[in-house]
Ligand binder design. Structure first.
Ligand SMILES: *[C@@H]1O[C@H](CO)[C@@H](O)[C@H](O)[C@H]1NC(C)=O
Ligand SMILES: *[C@@H]1O[C@H](CO)[C@@H](O)[C@H](O)[C@H]1NC(C)=O
Length: 198
């Protein structure tokens, strides 16, 4: 089950390195802050537009891959590098779920920002919210939630341990992370769809 998603993760990291289509990648707002915001700025090429002449909704997902991988690599850099040094292999950070709300179209060649941040976690899952916004008007085009898990081989690394290993865990941070779960309850509840007979 993980092999496809790890392949996907590996692919997206390679893609992220090779296809750095960012105009400036802004530096972290606060180093050491788990809830820091990372901004990825890009532009909609004509190729991504559909018959209606706006950025095709499916292409939001490949942008999201770049933006949230950038956030995760920035926030968990120490964890990722330390585990690689210790075990000789990369920690996987596969996606458990993604949900998006589309609000306003993006016109061809329009630039937009994707601002991403970690909003919360439970024992196993970590939730990232990404907003697609116009840099000029700050209007919201779309908003997405991504659910992540940390895997070392078959073993799941609890979120608390991931934060501890990166040198950033405290009861106060844990409290804020748990509190942030109120924003993402919708994607948590989505899991119950598996019980629907089909
Ligand atoms: C994790 O470690 C990296 C590298 O030391 C650091 O840049 C980053 O700010 C740390 N993350 C947090 C949430 O403190
Ligand atoms: C894509 O999203 C826009 C809103 O951003 C919506 O108006 C449009 O109907 C969506 N298109 C499709 C094919 O879902």
């Amino acid at each position: 089950m993980w092999s496809l998603s790890s392949l996907f993760t590996a692919f997206s990291v390679v893609f992220w390195v090779l296809n750095y289509k960012n105009i400036p990648l802004t530096p972290s707002e606060e180093v050491g802050n788990v809830f820091r915001v990372r901004t990825y700025t890009t532009r909609s090429p004509a190729m991504e537009c559909d018959l209606n002449g706006h950025k095709s909704n499916s292409t939001y997902f490949s942008d999201l891959d770049i933006a949230r991988t950038d956030l995760m690599v920035d926030v968990f850099r120490k964890l990722i590098l330390d585990l690689k040094k210790r075990d000789g292999r990369w920690v996987y950070i596969p996606l458990g779920a993604v949900a998006s709300v589309f609000r306003r179209e993006i016109k061809p060649y329009a630039s937009y920002n994707i601002r991403s941040k970690i909003v919360g976690w439970d024992d196993k899952w970590l939730f990232v919210v990404s907003k697609f916004e116009s840099p000029q008007t700050k209007k919201l085009h779309a908003i997405s939630v991504t659910k992540y898990v940390f895997k070392m081989g078959r073993k799941t690394l609890p979120i608390r341990e991931a934060l501890e290993r990166n040198g950033t865990w405290s009861p106060e941070i844990e409290r804020q992370g748990r509190e942030g779960m109120k924003w993402v309850q919708g994607i948590v509840d989505l899991d119950q769809i598996e019980e629907m007979p089909f």
